[in-house]
Design a protein around this ligand. Sequence first.
Ligand code: UDP
Length: 243
Amino acid sequence: MTDENSEKLRRIVLKVSGEGFCPEDERGISMNSVNHLAQQIADVVKQGIQVAVVMGGGNILRGAQFKAANSSIQESTAHYMGMLATVINGLALQDAIESLGQPTRLMSALPMETVAEPYIRRRASRHLEKGRVVIIAGGTGSPFVTTDTAAAQRALELDADILLKATKVDGIYSADPIKDPNAILYKTLTYNEMRQQNLRVMDSEAIAKCAEHNMPIMVFNFRKENNLMKAACGEHVGTLVSR
Ligand code: UDP
């Protein structure tokens, strides 16, 4: 599976956006999409790789939707609603992975003890060592950021080898590849290039955190068969962002 120069990773943090939970241009949860993701994750864990999944929630709700001045929902309230959406996704992914016989733990940064363990770094690390998939929901637990920032934060504190960001396109492009047929796919980028070119694949706080601590980020297409396995086994799929 791995190419000559690749090396199997020990621990990965996988950021899955809400778009991974439903077909293109739809919202909500489609169990076909969730099951597909669950199978890929379970296959990676079988290789002895520790996997923590940071859940997005955009298939249900994003806080920024409620920015409009005439919205009766305060923006901060909407961000908490977005964080709750990640718990809903986490519950779906948990059952899908466990139906494949792979143990998991759902942890949440928002206290929610009847459905998820509180996120405690040392406990998360222990679950990973025991071969459980740790599904991390509730974002950072604070409003006004996205789950990309949560993913960067968790990748750093859990001492992951890499932050894998699963997207519906093949990596980072010079322009939106869906709108611009001349967009160029980058194989590698530095954190600075990403910031200078204002490539909006992740939020700036997430990039800043990774840059400061030299956490590599791989942005790849999770819908392509075996891509997650390849990335987890150290193969270069998509765009690698590093120093
Ligand atoms: N969110 C938040 N704090 C966090 C993480 C997420 O307030 O630490 C809210 C924010 O409103 C965000 C929503 O939860 O829009 C859903 O997360 P996100 O947009 O990152 O989901 P994705 O785009 O990855 O599906």
